[in-house]
Design a protein around this ligand. Structure first.
Ligand SMILES: Cc1ncc(COP(=O)(O)O)c(C=O)c1O
Length: 401
């Protein structure tokens, strides 16, 4: 796409269109409660996995309506462990939508298996039909991604998994607090993996969680998350603990620390209010931008309560790079979610994936831009984003409220 942006796309330096300070694409909302809790952990001496991690796991399990929650140090670790706990390895295939962060596919590679990339629909979500076409006798897991914060249509995917005997492991990195058909994301698939990375709807700096209703799977995940040892630090270093442990299998070092859990405990309490704020902002963005030609807006699908982790718009008749530069010239950050996995050199060269195999993801990728949308933004920040988008795209300046 080479359509030129209108002259109004480039503000003169110092003109009224340029914000005074840079608005980052994303910032976390960390309050005094989180800071005090981290300080409390530092003073207590529990700087690794300890009582607060356990409390955070219990609170998250209850929030997600799951029997078990296992806290880990990233969603990447959560995905990797969930696959490892299903003994996925060389010769196996795992189905992954191409419109995702690279880690969804990387973890499959780490285990020596093949990520079989599939296309997404117009909302960036993977569907049961596309997955079914990619199933072979070697398929050992399906990883649907709840792109941008709304669930993929899970019922047909779960039914397909059940019919073909293939576990569904959800990548819910964007979907803490999302609802699918009125039920929280966290127990639909066999294991559900969340991210608490700095940009996510709730954060522990770095961090992740796996929820499951399967007792045996939860036990294996706990074992694998900490060297395969029969006792974690909590069980060894408290007064009731014992020094003795055994390595049941060679596990990984993926445990969450109490410093991270200190943040998580308070972020979880605020999660629903964060989501409500994001939802209200998304509604205002939609009202303010829907009349613009050359811009398609993301939608909340009927079966979902969208958490609006991302607000990815589609530019239909201007160059995405120019648009991002024009935002930057106004001191506003933006991002792209995602460069499809099939485009990365490693995956392209190793498996010979070509853009023609993923027409929908390619079309989405060509015009996608994620606008800043997060609870820490002030009404003034929000107006700056909306005015800027309108000016850059040459729309009349009115912003409907
Ligand atoms: C869809 C998706 N999956 C997985 C991850 C990995 O999460 P983490 O950074 O917690 O490892 C991310 C992170 O951005 C993501 O967006």
């Amino acid at each position: 796409m080479t359509t030129l942006l209108p002259a109004s796309a480039s503000p003169a330096a110092g003109s009224r269109e340029r914000r005074a300070g840079f608005l980052p694409y994303c910032l976390p909302s960390i309050g005094d409660e989180e800071i005090a809790e981290v300080v409390d952990s530092l003073r207590s001496g529990w700087v690794t996995t300890g009582p607060k991690t356990k409390r955070f796991e219990d609170a998250f399990a209850e929030y997600a309506g799951a029997r078990h929650a296992i806290a880990v140090n990233s969603c990447t670790a959560a995905l990797h462990l969930s696959l490892a706990a299903h003994d996925i390895g060389p010769g196996d295939e795992v189905i992954v939508p191409t419109l995702t962060f690279c880690s969804t596919a990387n973890v499959v590679e780490h285990l020596g298996a093949k990520p079989v990339l599939v296309d997404v629909d117009a909302h960036g979500l993977v569907t049961a039909e596309t997955i079914e076409d990619a199933i072979t006798t070697r398929t050992r897991a399906i990883l649907p991604v709840h792109y941008a914060g709304q669930a993929a249509d899970l019922d047909p995917i779960l039914a397909l998994g059940q019919r073909r005997g293939i576990p569904i492991i959800e990548d819910a990195a964007h979907a803490s607090g999302a609802l699918y058909k009125g039920r929280r994301i966290g127990t639909h698939g066999r294991a559900v993996c969340f991210s608490f990375y700095a940009t996510k709807n709730m954060t522990t700096g770095e961090g992740g969680m796996i929820t499951t209703n399967d007792d045996a799977l939860a036990a294996r995940l706990r074992l694998l998350a900490l060297h395969g040892m029969s006792r974690d630090a909590w069980k060894r270093y408290t007064a009731a603990g014992s020094w003795f442990y055994e390595v049941i299998e060679p596990g990984y070092k993926d445990n969450m620390t109490d410093l991270q859990a200190s943040l998580g405990l308070h972020q979880l309490e605020k999660l629903d209010s964060f989501i409500e704020r994001r939802r209200a902002m998304a509604a205002r963005y939609t009202a303010a931008l829907s009349d613009l030609e050359g811009l398609a807006l993301p939608l909340e699908l009927p079966h979902n309560r969208h958490t609006w982790h991302l607000f990815p718009v589609q530019l239909t008749n201007c160059d995405r790079g120019d648009f991002i530069e024009a935002l930057k010239a106004r001191n506003i950050g933006a991002s792209v979610h995602f460069i499809p996995v099939h485009r990365h050199p490693f995956y392209r060269e190793r498996y010979g994936y070509t853009p023609a195999q993923f027409p929908v993801a390619e079309a989405l990728y060509a015009g996608m831009v994620s606008l800043p949308l997060y609870p820490k933004m002030t009404p003034g920040d929000e107006q700056d984003v909306l005015h800027s988008v309108r000016e850059i795209l040459g729309g009349p300046p009115t912003i409907h409220s």
